[in-house]
Design a binder for this molecule. Sequence first.
Ligand code: 13P
Length: 248
Amino acid sequence: MTRTKLIAGNWKMNGLAASTAELDKIIAGAKELPSRVELLICPPFTLIDRFADRAERSRVAVGAQDAHPKASGAHTGCVSAAMLKDAGATHVIVGHSERRTDQKETDAEVNAKAAAVIGEGLIAIVCVGETEAERDAGRALDVVGTQLAGSLPAGSTAANLVVAYEPVWAIGTGRTPSTADVAEMHAHIRTRLRDQLGAEGEGVRILYGGSVKASNAAELLAVADVDGALVGGASLTAEQFLPIAQAV
Ligand SMILES: O=C(CO)COP(=O)(O)O
């Protein structure tokens, strides 16, 4: 089945008001992209409103990097999916490995966050991926299978869910798995999605993330069941990000 490729940029804790200039370049470059690719930029919370205004009626969607499971209430420092939607976000990354590590987020919390995102009518990008020790121990497929079983909320469909496979050891390291390992993992994720979501699982997009850059994008994006990329460092400038989308 044909799934529209999604090239998503996760800006992590980077970006100030001046970064709007970079977004403008991405928006301008996106006009030249073929219709088989969608672009998404997930800046820090502070820039979502500004970026969403700027990107209105463009080929670039704007998303967030986390959401609290509740809609409102006494949760100092947190931001809800309803607030993100109000600010103009259409997608929300949940369960990124940096949050699973730094904030000790569990599969159950990721599940609740994804449910809140979907409940607001937004698209949840649920991240999964094994550590280097887990891969070395031959447990990568099992670990990701367990994460999927715990993290995907009831009511997930091809329209409201994207899965991002990000091996932890490939993030920000310049190292990537072999295309054979990517193919094996994405096929495994597809099987689990079909098991969990039935026919909808066929249409859910599975992104690869971890040291994606212009020089390796074409090879990674050509792998079966790789339906796009979640890009960190190389998404911060139009110069590095646009060639990844052009490689689709
Ligand atoms: O964590 C990532 C995207 O969410 C990947 O980051 P890098 O592309 O910088 O390796």
